[in-house]
Unconditional design. Structure first.
Length: 131
C-alpha cells in the first residue's frame, strides 16, 4: 500500500519544484510571477507550521486586553481592539497601555516573521550579537 504525502509535504514538494526546476527557466514578467508565487507558497508553508498557535495566542491576549471574550473571528477581534484603542480605553503610562504596546509589537513581529523571513532573521542575529 502506498502512503500519500500530507499537505505539508505536498507544499514543500511544490515549492521546491517551482524554485529548482521552473524558476531558472523563466524570464521577464514570467519570472517575476513565479517568484511571487514562490513567496506566497513559503508564507503559507510557514503559517501552516504554526498550526494556529499564533492566532490562539493573539486571541487570548486580545481577550485579556479587552477584559471580555472577543469575537471568535480574528479579524473581528482585531477590530474590537482597534475600537477600544480609538475610544482611549488604554490610558497612557498605565500597565494596560504597556500590555497593549507589548501585544502590538509581538503581533507585528510575528507577522513580519511570516512575510519577511530574511529581514527578521538578520534583525534577530543583530539583537543577539548586541547582548
Amino acid at each position: 500500500m502506498l502512503t500519500r504525502p500530507d499537505a505539508d509535504a505536498l507544499l514543500s514538494i511544490a515549492l521546491e519544484t517551482l524554485q529548482e526546476d521552473l524558476l531558472p527557466r523563466l524570464a521577464g514578467d514570467d519570472k517575476l510571477t513565479g517568484l511571487m508565487i514562490a513567496r506566497a507558497l513559503s508564507i503559507v508553508q510557514a503559517a501552516s507550521h504554526d498550526h494556529g498557535e499564533q492566532s490562539k495566542r493573539e486571541m487570548a491576549e486580545i481577550a485579556t486586553l479587552l477584559g471580555e471574550t472577543p469575537s471568535e473571528d480574528p479579524i473581528a477581534a482585531r477590530r474590537q481592539l482597534a475600537r477600544a484603542i480609538r475610544a482611549r480605553k488604554f490610558a497612557p503610562e498605565t500597565p494596560d497601555a504597556v500590555r497593549l504596546r507589548d501585544h502590538l509589537l509581538s503581533m507585528t513581529a510575528a507577522r513580519l516573521r511570516l512575510v519577511n523571513v530574511k529581514y527578521m532573521a538578520a534583525r534577530q542575529r543583530r539583537a543577539e550579537s548586541s547582548i
